[in-house]
Design a protein around this ligand. Structure first.
Ligand SMILES: Cc1ncc(COP(=O)(O)O)c(C=O)c1O
Length: 404
């Protein structure tokens, strides 16, 4: 197919994206897909041959490159090789997978857990296995794309409620009473804004209206709660979420996704969810790394405390310098810039000064709310964070987001 000559919808879509990327690249405003070539302790990385401060990492506890986790991955390769023998239900299950699932269940204080090869696949498959035509799935408006896609794929009636607005959720629950089943889903910590879902009220409403509750802990695992166990620990509400979903690609420096819950739920998913039955297992090195990482979180509790301290320093320091950081309470810190162009310009200045931060623009966020989506981790030291905030403020003043 000659895309440039063709005039069908697929070609037009491809060309439109190509033109947008070209325009940004030509203006020096394309910041995505830059390769990291070396880890410099976690708080700094080598990108395009330049050492930069890393403020865009999801490795919240600074566990990428941890010696115990690296050693576990290497040992697994020596023992099992680099792949499995296929899908989990047939020959793909290794003792490593069973050990990892037991470790997750222990960490999340549930009866059992099941793993998949990505968090994205986990949301798609779990939601579309649990609900179907005739059911209702009720989702926070700012939930992650993988939740939205899972809801759409399920065929259930898909309704959304205003972000973190429990009155709006109750309205939706009342309207859904004609359905067969009700599933309510929310992120624990929202990936663009860094705020925390109102779990106590949500649990109360799910109980009142006999709805199942699923919470995506991609950004709360290792982040919330005194020992990093997540949102239930944060609110001191053990056992209140029916389906605790998470990813193994952020705080846990591996790849994969999981659901922790009752033994019956996990047994059902092992026999009914298509990403488990029809897709390959997590490779040995990644399963072993993930298991070791859960152990490290418990063995090195200072990391959770340091992340909390660093998060507070980053949020308060940016606010003091004049930035709007929205409602964040966690390590994800939106630095509001306004227009997409402003966010690109602030990023360009900050990156020129050696700070690896990235912009989030529309349609990922509403127009006018473009921002830097900055993160701190437990790998950062106090003075590094102060220096980084000074550079972000310098960029903000230069571009006009802050007053000179
Ligand atoms: C809230 C949330 N859920 C799910 C995912 C998908 O996880 P994974 O990267 O493991 O596919 C992400 C990743 O960005 C996320 O932020």
């Amino acid at each position: 197919m000659d895309i440039k000559r063709a005039d069908d919808a697929i070609s037009r879509r491809i060309l439109a994206m190509s033109n947008r990327v070209d325009t940004l690249q030509n203006a020096g405003l394309y910041f995505y897909n830059q390769p990291v070539s070396e880890l410099k302790g976690g708080s700094r990385v080598l990108i395009n041959g330049r050492e930069m401060g890393m403020y865009a990492s999801y490795s919240y506890l600074g566990l990428v490159g941890h010696p115990k986790i690296n050693a576990a991955a290497k040992k697994a390769v020596d023992q099992y090789g680099t792949g499995t023998h296929g899908v989990r239900s047939l020959a793909g299950t290794l003792t490593l997978h069973k050990d990892l699932e037991a470790t997750i269940a222990h960490f999340k204080e549930t009866e059992d857990a099941i793993t998949y090869t990505s968090g994205y696949a986990t949301n798609l498959t779990v939601i579309s296995t649990l609900v179907a035509r005739g059911d209702h799935v009720i989702s926070d408006k700012l939930n992650h794309a993988s939740i939205v896609d899972g809801c759409l794929m399920s065929g259930a009636k898909f309704v959304r409620f205003r972000h973190n607005d429990m009155e709006a959720l109750e309205e939706r629950l009342k309207q859904s009473m004609d359905g067969e089943a009700r599933l309510v889903i929310a992120d624990a910590v929202f990936s663009m804004d860094g705020d925390i879902i109102d779990l106590p009220r949500m649990v109360e409403l799910c109980r009142k209206y006999n709805a199942w509750l699923m919470v995506d802990e991609a950004h709360s695992l290792g982040v919330l709660g005194e020992t990093g166990r997540g949102i239930e620990e944060h609110f001191n509400m053990p056992g209140s979420i029916d389906i605790k979903m998470g990813t193994l690609s952020k705080t846990i420096p591996s790849v994969g996704g999981y659901v922790a819950g009752s033994a019956e739920l996990v047994r059902f998913l092992r026999h009914a969810s298509r990403a488990y039955i029809f897709s390959a297992a997590i490779p040995p090195a990644q399963a072993a790394a993930a298991k070791a990482a859960f152990e490290v979180i418990l063995e090195e509790p200072w990391r959770v405390e340091k992340l909390r301290k660093n998060g507070l320093q980053f949020i308060n320091g940016l606010r003091k310098r004049g930035f709007d950081t929205m409602m964040t309470e966690t390590a994800i810190v939106p630095v509001l810039c306004g227009s997409d162009e402003m966010a690109f310009a602030v990023t360009r200045c900050a990156q020129a000064d050696g700070l690896f931060v990235l912009p989030v623009v529309s349609p990922a966020v509403p127009p006018g709310l473009a921002r830097l989506r900055a993160t701190v981790t437990a790998a950062h030291e106090t003075d590094e964070i102060e220096d980084a905030m000074d550079l972000i403020a310098k960029a903000g003043r230069k571009v006009g987001v802050l007053r000179p």
